[in-house]
Design a protein around this ligand. Structure first.
Ligand SMILES: Cc1ncc(COP(=O)(O)O)c(C=O)c1O
Length: 284
């Protein structure tokens, strides 16, 4: 069955789906995107993702082409046409097509909206097989990482370096040696004193929807927790490291820069939070 994409009002086979070469997403990365996980027909944390989409669009002065309720209808239809019950949805909105010029088009143009979906395996049954390796790299991105912009070149380069090092993620640190986030995930540690920590929200990290969902789950868990920045050194000496994102859920990191962390197995906090998050996926 051919994959189907929604492109500006039409459902098209992927090979026939295209946007204009003067689309500002293609020319400038002048757009916003979202990735949602769908589990057994249920859109995980959909309210959070759609709210973040609205916020990101607002931050770059881009008109929301459709209300969140209408977007949900199209997402459902893309999932149905692709027969995806468990997988991911990709959604991109750009400032539309206009003669190439850096400032916004003077004559308003219609934003481009593209939505695709593809199947992905169900979440892991066995946490050990879900654990991964990470490397650390300086964060070379812009000063508004809270906006989910399609400008992902530094993230692409960081993930490529991770791949070349045989790792899943690149964990980024700022000029003060403080961890910001992963190239495509938020980062958490259980520090040497046993406190679970993640960087507070601000312009240098994406407000992850999975991060927000895990924070909510933590309300009912008896785990010492603080939203405080932490250093590269704290990462290196952490009892546990894990990542969160819509497609990696809660992902333990058991190797950092080629060195095994602790006993090399996922720790109890990551294990518990993955269990809770998977329950939340199954019974939202
Ligand atoms: C840079 C970055 N940080 C964090 C995340 C995690 O966000 P979410 O949990 O909403 O997927 C992502 C997701 O792709 C990301 O690209």
């Amino acid at each position: 069955m051919a994959a189907i994409a929604y492109v500006n009002g039409r459902y098209l086979p992927l090979r026939a789906a295209s946007v204009n070469i003067e689309d500002r997403g293609f020319q400038f990365g002048d757009g916003i995107y979202e990735v949602l996980y769908v589990h057994n027909h249920h859109l995980a944390d959909a309210d959070l993702h759609l709210a973040r989409l609205t916020r990101s669009l607002g931050e770059i002065g881009l008109r929301q082409p459709l209300a969140p309720a209408a977007l949900r209808v199209i997402i459902r239809e893309v999932l149905r046409r692709n027969r995806v019950s468990t997988g991911l949805v990709y959604m991109q909105i750009t400032r539309g097509t206009a003669r190439r010029d850096h400032p916004f088009p003077t004559i308003p143009v219609r934003p481009s909206l593209v939505i695709t979906a593809r199947p992905r395996p169900a979440p892991p049954a066995d946490i050990a097989s879900w654990a991964a390796a990470a490397i650390t790299l300086p964060d070379e991105r812009w000063a508004r990482c809270d906006i989910k912009s399609t400008n992902l070149l530094p993230n692409v380069l960081a993930r490529q370096q991770a791949r070349l090092a045989g790792a899943y993620e690149a964990i980024l640190y700022d000029s003060e040696g403080l961890i910001t986030e992963g190239a495509a995930s938020n980062v958490w540690i259980v520090d040497a004193a046993g406190t679970l920590r993640t960087r507070p929200l601000g312009p240098s990290i994406l407000p992850g929807c999975t991060r927000a969902a895990v924070l909510e789950l933590l309300r009912n868990a008896d785990i010492p927790f603080a939203q405080t920045p932490f250093t590269l050194e704290a990462l290196r000496t952490a009892r546990e490291i894990f990542l969160t994102s819509a497609t990696s859920f809660v992902k333990p990191i058991t190797r950092l820069n080629g060195v095994s962390l602790g006993n090399g197995h996922p720790g109890p906090v990551a294990t518990l939070l993955l269990e809770h998050y998977l329950q939340h996926l199954r019974a939202p």
